[in-house]
Design a protein around this ligand. Sequence first.
Ligand code: DGL
Length: 280
Amino acid sequence: MVDQNPIGIFDSGVGGLSIWREIVRQAPQEDTIYVADQAHVPYGGRSLEEVRQFSEAITCFLLDQGTKIIVIACNTASAAALYSLRRAFSSVPFVGMEPAVKPAVERSRSGVVAVIATEATFQGELFASLLERYAQDVEVITQICPGLVGAVEAGALDAPETERLLLDCLMPLVEARVDQLVLGCTHYPFLQPAIESLIGEGATVIDPAPAVARQTGRVLAQRGAEANRERVGRHVFFTSGDAPAFERAIDCLVPRSGERRDVREVHWRGPHLEARLALR
Ligand code: DGL
């Protein structure tokens, strides 16, 4: 069986593109629809209830566009809404993000690992259950990095101010002899080269994107919902912010490699998300 409907992906902003690029790399035949809620970015300092409401509205929007699976390419939204979305839309497959505590603990030799993520991600039930399941004999340091999401949104990957933010966030981890560093926010993989050079060779950085893309592929295969492998996917991006700025950000963070991309605006009308032009 084949299913030509698109994969729905969302994040507060550009961060989920770190997941999108891996999904497209592993499954170039799939169409995707990506929503960046840039009207509300960053999500990380907001209440879980507010992020849950945004996530539910974005899910409704993506389902209206005919998506066959939804990838919550945002740790914060997954912490706030993964369980409730699965309950509310029980026939829809969701792939959520959870910080990669399990592989970090398995690989650690120093017995100290760290997760960098937003404040809201650490508050959710999802993170508490990860610690309970996997972090019995290893110390897991949780670190928030204020300002980093904004720096990635602004495209300031190499700015001196961004390096200063990274130093403040990472130096305590180096001092604590962390040997596994989990990127628990999908914006951070775009800073991975800078993170690796600051944290040094003693620590391995774990980006969950390849595993999330593999899981997406597995779920589609199990449901017989993969697209025909002969085709090349088409990609539509919606932002609740400014479409030309978002298009520049996408092209800068994930340079085109021949695939079709189309960038559009979507608007919040009260609690609902609406596109000006219908997609099909
Ligand atoms: N990229 C998101 C995450 O993985 C959201 C960050 C934010 O908006 O604060 O958590």
